[in-house]
Design a protein around this ligand. Structure first.
Ligand code: ATP
Ligand code: MG
Length: 368
């Protein structure tokens, strides 16, 4: 593989409508050269549509697609020269692995010697050099996916588009190929744009994640930023799990206090006033042992619990804040969980973050 840098891609206010139906609404996005960006969202949120507009197979109704600052909105797909691996994107069954990988090079009319060298290098990259002469039917699903990756990379595309390339695989194999994909990205230094609805995949692979819902790009940022500082309820809920606490906020010295009935929850961050929604991750809550205290302490009883291998998932019923989900590693649980057991929950004031309601979602309690 040559040392070509990746391309920078940007979407400027891109929309796609099918009749009255809006598949993508006013999406703007910057993908820097060499970056691994993941489009993450539920089924039907517009991920494939965005990828197809980047690839050139779907024409935006509005907006522009730029490559290194150049407008490519009207450029046909074959002239964009992007590598692509789509969900269920089939290999040619009658061709060997090597012939499949050589195909894009034949189309580009490369000479035999150069072609062979590139095919070998690409198969090496996905660790399938030993399988060059097999037919796809003689490979496992994961190996076939890797051949598809090799075929997408063999012509040195500076941009690689991946639409759920791993979704058909079992969890363990998927995790292995995720590692490989990440290593591959580091090795080739190209720009990768990956589509998934697997939150863990998005968190572990990406430099940046773009979260989509109903055709809207809700938030774009580094995985840690999105997880720790979700902008909206949807982001907090989709990227992991969260508890939501709603109440009336007023500023205090360290941030703000949220009142909900008799309860008071202190939170840090910019002072807020009025109706406020807090997101509180289950793993940021502790079960307090006798005598211990925290910035926030809430009494409750265990309503249900389950052992989940990495620890315990509890639902704690609290008179003040309703049901609260808590995830604890086994070594941090001071009691044996049992239904009905009284417990005290505690969390630091910087554990919860204020999030916005999502555009178009109903306002709880009818308060505008
Ligand atoms: N050609 C089309 N005509 C009409 N509607 C379409 C067309 N293509 C896509 N849509 C609609 O646009 C929306 C977004 O589709 P898209 O395929 O981008 O979703 P997605 O996020 O990739 O979902 P999934 O995770 O299920 O693959 C969907 O509601 C879909 O039904
Ligand atoms: Mg899709």
């Amino acid at each position: 593989m040559s040392a070509v840098a990746g391309h920078a891609l940007s979407l400027q206010r891109v929309s796609k409508r099918y009749g009255d139906f809006v598949a993508v609404q006013d999406a703007s996005l910057e993908v820097a050269s060499g970056q691994f960006l993941t489009l993450l969202g539920p089924s039907g949120s517009g991920k494939t549509t965005i990828l197809m507009m980047i690839a050139g197979f779907v024409e935006p109704t509005e907006g522009r697609v730029l490559l290194d600052g150049r407008d490519i909105t009207a450029l046909p797909p074959e002239r964009r020269d992007f590598g692509m691996v789509f969900q269920g994107y089939a290999l040619f069954p009658h061709m060997t692995v090597a012939e499949n990988v050589a195909f894009p090079l034949r189309v580009r009319k490369l000479g035999r010697a150069e072609r062979d060298a590139k095919v070998r290098a690409a198969l090496d990259l996905v660790q399938l050099d030993r399988f060059a002469e097999r037919k796809p039917s003689q490979l496992s699903g994961g190996q076939q996916q890797r051949v598809a990756l090799a075929r997408a990379l063999v012509f040195d595309p500076a941009l690689l588009l991946l639409d759920e390339p791993l979704s058909a695989l079992d969890k363990k194999l998927r995790a292995e190929l995720q590692e490989e994909l990440k290593a591959l990205h580091r090795r080739v230094g190209r720009t990768f744009i990956n589509v998934t609805h697997d939150q863990e995949e998005a968190l572990s692979l990406s430099d940046e994640i773009a979260i989509l819902n109903h055709g809207h790009l809700i938030q774009v940022g580094a995985p840690e930023t999105l997880y720790e500082r979700p902008a909206t309820r949807f982001v907090a809920d989709f990227l992991g799990k969260s508890n939501f606490i709603e109440g009336e906020a007023e500023a205090d010295a360290g941030g703000f206090v949220l009142r909900r009935g008799a309860a008071r929850v202190v939170a840090s961050g910019a002072p807020r006033a009025g109706r406020t929604l807090l997101s509180l991750r289950p793993e940021k809550i502790a079960l307090l042992p006798e005598g211990a205290t925290e910035d926030n302490v809430v009494e409750g009883r265990i309503a249900s619990w389950s052992y989940v291998g990495t620890g315990y998932a509890l639902t704690v019923m609290t008179p003040d804040l309703g049901n609260i989900r808590v995830h604890l590693p086994a070594w941090r649980i001071p009691v044996s969980p049992a239904e009905g057991l009284p417990v005290r929950l505690g969390w630091a004031r910087d554990a919860a973050v204020a999030v916005a309601e999502d555009p178009g979602s109903p306002v709880p309690g009818g308060v505008a």
